[in-house]
Ligand binder design. Structure first.
Ligand SMILES: [Zn+2]
Length: 198
């Protein structure tokens, strides 16, 4: 059974997840809910939430959801929006699942954005755990296009290309690839399933 109190916007990179979450946050506010937005503080792209088409909202950068739970504004919020949930992975996974459980038990509405698949083709581990444990409503974001075709083809996967060689890398990397944003080694590209697998 779907938990209507937990909404997950999933999809590949550039598929409109953050925009959908910002629009949902604004809508919840119009309905009279107090809303707080969280994002991983090790994600360096910007301050706050910024969608590719220019929508913005302020957000609190946090190291873990457990840390976020100690903040007054999170405690008081009716709805917690979590951008890029998949960053709270690895040794943070249990903390991520437990904290979201606590928030749901406290009656909060949760909205999260996350990649569903890694560039290695596996489900992201946080996504998998959250789906198993909480049965959220999954909303697929399909704005990204695969650019390998003349016609419009929806992208559903994220591909990693090694910039120096132009090679597509499909195995051997972890689901999150840490790199220096000033000297990126890899390029990330949304592609369709056919282009991803062949
Ligand atoms: Zn394609």
């Amino acid at each position: 059974m779907v938990n209507e109190k937990f909404e997950v916007f999933s999809g590949p990179m550039a598929s409109g997840k953050t925009r959908a979450a910002i629009q949902r946050a604004n809508e919840l506010e119009r309905l009279g809910l107090s809303v707080v937005c969280l994002k991983p503080d090790f994600e360096l792209r910007d301050n706050g939430l910024n969608s590719r088409n220019g929508l913005q909202r302020s957000a609190i950068g946090v190291q873990s959801l457990g840390r976020a739970a100690t903040l007054k504004e999170v405690e008081l919020a009716d709805a917690v929006i979590i951008d890029e949930l998949f960053f709270f992975n690895g040794k943070l996974i249990d903390n991520t699942v437990d904290t979201t459980s606590d928030w749901l038990s406290a009656g909060k509405l949760l909205v999260a954005t996350t990649l569903d698949y890694s560039a290695m083709g596996e489900l992201m581990s946080v996504y998998e755990r959250i789906v198993d444990e909480h049965h959220p409503r999954i909303i697929q974001c399909l704005e990204a296009e695969c650019r390998n075709h003349d016609e419009v083809v929806q992208a559903t996967r994220t591909q990693i290309i090694e910039q120096a060689t132009g090679c597509i890398i499909r195995e051997g990397l972890s689901e999150l690839v840490p790199e220096d944003p000033n000297t990126p080694i890899y390029e990330y590209r949304p592609v369709c399933l056919d282009c991803f697998t062949t």
